[in-house]
Write a protein that binds this ligand. Sequence first.
Ligand code: GZL
Length: 365
Amino acid sequence: MSVSKRTRKNILNKFLSVIFAVVLFMVSGCGSSDNEADNNGSAASAADFVTVGFSQLGAESDWRSANSRSMREAFSSDKGYELIFEDGQQKQSKQITAIRSFIQQGVDYIVLAPVTQDGWDSVLQETKEADIPVIIVDRMVDVANDDLFTCWVGSDFYLEGCKACEWLYQYTSDLGMKGEDIHIVNIQGTLGSSAQIGRSAGLNDYVEKYGWDLREETPGDFTQAKGREVMAQMLVTYNNINVVYCENDNEALGAIEAIEAAGLHAGGDIQNGDILVLSFDGVNENAINYCLEGTIACIVECNPLHGPRVENIIKTLEKGGSPDKLEYVSETLYSSYQSVNEVSVDGTTYPVTMLTQEVIDTRAY
Ligand code: GZL
């Protein structure tokens, strides 16, 4: 990998501070250790701060809040970073404006959590021309040339969807149910985000594989309010829903509110009227407690703590190293239903973490 712009800047700073010290020595006729130390020190301290421009997509969910906290903790000033944090408020246009401002400010690194997959080619071309490394975090970008970003770290959303569906297949098969007995609705995440695309694709592949009856898929924007609104409408439209696939915990909380407001019950006894709730993330405290008590049947973990992972990537780049192009985070599933202990997807087996209060108390977020 070519020497990064930042490393070149470091070398230049150090070279200039030596020249400055020599000139100072010649002018004063004798070395002034304080000045030299001070000037070398002040020049070095300025060069030692790594400036990171972070375009976060919004604050729509508990997952996002945990992700932002993790990034702020990783790039704190006492660790030698200057973090410029810009909230995109769910708008790609705001994120693009933020990236352009990072270029103008001459940051050392740009980190982007993209709200949706498409529409990034042009602005990433500008970062390439500015010779600023770009790290994509969490969701993915779909660009014509993946040289437009340095690397990506996040979750395999399609695998997450397959894990949830494999869990559902095992649970319902254990009850003796057939594919056509499963009447499922999908409350999707932000349309066009790779998290929504992957999780929805996983579900659709399993619907086809096992012959489930997929009644409707509608965006819930990863929020509780929209999840409640969408579920309420679905319950009016269909009278046989027995599974709801929520693409994050906040939507699941909203769906449970709507289920209970309709006089129905979220749980596992779906042969006697319950609606089984599946979810993703495992960050929201109420959702994880619902999972402990069985109101949510299974939560597929989506780990938000990307701060340390992104910092490790930047440390590698600082040393002139080459981080992996794609870094997938390993994740579990949570449930308190004893009948499914593991799921297999494409030949790989994933153990289900049986939720207990102790497990909840010892989790990192
Ligand atoms: C997934 C992340 C999703 C979460 C939602 O990595 O992008 O966005 O699943 C969040 O909770 O809003």
